[in-house]
Design a protein around this ligand. Structure first.
Ligand code: SAJ
Length: 430
C-alpha cells in the first residue's frame, strides 16, 4: 500500500512536530512554510523551535526522505492547516493566515482528499471561512472532500509525548469527514479520539484554554484580596486545594503565551454580550503586570533618582524560550514609561533581548531589587550569596512563590511575595 502523503501548511510549534510525527510513522510529508529561511534550514536539519527532541526527530525525518520542507504545497492525500491565528489590536481573530493557507491548497485538491484545520479558530470558522474557499475546488464538501477540525492540546515543552498520548477531539463537517480524519490521526495517536461536528470541536479547544485562563484570573483576584486582608494567597490556595474537588491554579505576574492570552477572545468575539466572566478574566490577568509594577514602586519608593531593577526571566512561562504575549515583556514596557527605572534582564533561555545582561554579577551590580518573574528551574541554583554582595539594596520580589524565603532572608534580603499580605514588609496590592 502506498505511503499516505500529507501536506502540512505552517511549520511552527504545532505544524512542525505534527509533520515530523507523520513522517516518523511512514508517511510522505511535505511541510510548507512561507518563510524561505525556515524551509531551507529544515531541509538541512536545522530547527529553530526549542522543543525537547524535536531537532532529532526532524533530522531523522529529513534523512529518511519522509519529510521535505517547501514554500509551496503539492498534491497529497491529506492537507493539515497549522498556521498562526493571532489577535488584532481590537481583540478579534486574525484569520488571514488560515485564509491564505486554504487558498494555497485549493489548486492541489483532488477527489477523496482530507483537509484538516489544526489552527485554533473562533467557533464557526470552518463553515463560514474555510469551506467556502475549499468549494472553489469544485469538489463536493463532505462527499468528495473530507473537511474537519482537529485542535491540538499539546503542552509546549512536552509536545512530542503529548502528540501521541493525549486524547483528541476531531470535528467533521459531516460524520464521514470526522471518521476519515480520525483514521488519519490514528497513524500515530495512541490517546482516545472523540468525534463530533466541526463547530463543537472549534468551541472545545477555546473552552479548554478559557477554563484555564478564568481559573488563573480567580487566583490572581484572590492574590489582590489576600494582600488587602493580610493573608498569604499561596497558603490559602494550597490549603483550599486540599479539598477533594477544589483545584485553584496559581497567581502570578500575568498570563502569556499564544494560547490562554488569545483563545478566550475568540469566544468573546462570538458572544460579547454574554461572555462577561470570560472577558473580565482576561482583563484581570492583563492587570497583573501593572500590579507588579505598583509593588515595585512601593518597594523602591524611598530611593531617589534612578532605581535599578534586575528581572530574572522574561519568557511567557518557565523552561521555554517563547516570549509570545509574555507578561514580563509587558511589565518592562510599563517600566520604560516610568523613565526612572534602570532595567536589567537575565534569562538563560533567551538568546538576545534589550536590557539582557548575560553575566549574573553585572546583572545584580548596584541593583536595588531582584524580581523573580519566571520560575525557570535553573533559578533554583541561583548563587544568591553572590548577588547579595553586589546589590545596592537587598530586596527580592518573588512573583511566583518560587524562592525559599528563609534562604533569601538569611542572605540579608528583604523578601516580598506577590499576593502575600501576611508578612508585615509586604505592602498592599490595590
Ligand atoms: N499560568 C499562571 N498560573 C498557573 C498556570 C499558568 O499564571 O497556574 C500562566 C503561565 O505562566 C503562562 C500562561 O499562564 O504565562 C499559560 O501557561 P500554561 O501552563 O497554560 O501553558 P501553555 O499556554 O503553553 O499551554 C496551554 C495548555 N492548555 C491547557 O492546559 C488547557 C496546553 O494544553 C495547550 O495545548 C496550549 O495552551 C495551547 O497551545 O493551546
Amino acid at each position: 500500500m502506498n505511503a499516505v502523503k500529507v501536506c502540512v501548511m505552517g511549520l511552527g510549534y504545532i505544524g512542525l512536530p505534527t509533520a515530523t510525527m507523520f513522517a516518523a510513522h511512514g508517511c510522505k510529508v511535505i511541510g510548507v512554510d512561507v518563510n524561505e529561511e525556515i524551509v531551507s534550514g529544515l531541509n538541512n536539519g536545522k530547527v529553530t523551535i526549542k522543543e525537547p527532541n524535536l531537532d532529532v526527530m526532524v533530522q531523522d525525518a529529513v534523512r529518511s526522505g519522509n519529510f521535505v520542507a517547501a514554500t509551496k504545497p503539492e498534491e497529497a492525500d491529506a492537507f493539515i492547516i497549522a498556521v498562526p491565528t493571532p489577535i488584532t489590536m481590537d481583540k478579534k481573530a486574525d484569520l488571514s493566515y488560515v485564509r491564505n493557507a486554504t487558498e494555497m491548497i485549493v489548486p492541489f485538491l483532488r477527489k477523496g482528499n482530507i483537509v484538516v484545520v489544526e489552527s485554533t479558530v473562533p467557533p464557526g470558522t470552518l463553515e463560514d471561512l474555510v469551506v467556502p474557499i475549499l468549494e472553489k475546488s469544485g469538489l463536493k464538501i463532505g462527499d468528495e472532500l473530507y473537511v474537519g477540525h482537529a485542535p491540538e492540546r499539546v503542552l509546549p515543552g512536552k509536545i512530542l509525548q503529548e502528540l501521541v498520548n493525549n486524547d483528541r477531539i476531531i470535528g467533521g463537517i459531516n460524520r464521514t469527514s470526522a471518521e476519515k480524519i480520525r483514521d488519519l490521526y490514528k497513524i500515530f495517536v495512541k490517546g482516545e479520539i472523540y468525534l463530533t461536528d466541526a463547530k463543537t470541536a472549534e468551541m472545545c479547544k477555546v473552552v479548554e484554554n478559557t477554563f484555564r485562563d478564568v481559573n488563573i484570573a480567580f487566583a490572581n483576584e484572590l492574590a489582590k484580596i489576600c494582600e488587602r486582608l493580610g493573608l498569604n494567597v499561596w497558603e490559602v490556595i494550597e490549603l483550599a486545594n486540599k479539598h477533594p474537588r477544589v483545584n485553584i491554579l496559581q497567581p502570578g505576574p500575568g498570563v502569556g503565551g499564544h494560547c490562554l492570552a488569545v483563545d478566550p477572545w475568540f469566544i468573546v468575539e462570538k458572544a460579547p454580550d454574554l461572555a462577561k466572566i470570560i472577558k473580565l478574566s482576561r482583563e484581570t490577568n492583563d492587570t497583573m503586570p501593572r500590579q507588579v509594577l505598583e509593588r515595585i514602586d512601593q518597594i523602591l519608593a524611598n530611593i531617589e533618582g534612578t532605581k535599578r531593577v534586575s528581572i530574572l526571566g522574561i519568557t511567557y512561562k518557565p523552561n521555554t524560550d517563547d516570549l509570545r504575549e509574555s507578561p514580563i515583556v509587558k511589565l518592562i514596557e510599563l517600566m520604560e514609561k516610568r523613565r526612572n527605572y534602570e532595567i536589567r534582564v537575565y534569562d538563560p533561555y533567551v538568546k538576545s533581548y534589550k536590557y539582557q545582561v548575560k553575566d549574573l554579577t553585572s546583572f545584580a551590580e548596584g541593583s536595588d531589587l531582584l524580581v523573580l518573574a519566571v520560575h525557570h528551574e535553573v533559578f533554583k541554583d541561583l548563587p544568591i550569596d553572590r548577588l547579595a554582595k553586589v546589590m545596592r539594596n537587598r530586596n527580592v520580589l518573588d512573583t511566583r512563590n518560587f524562592f525559599n524565603r528563609e534562604k533569601i532572608e538569611n542572605h540579608g534580603f528583604r523578601y516580598m511575595l506577590l499576593g502575600d499580605g501576611k508578612n508585615s514588609q509586604n505592602t498592599v496590592l490595590k
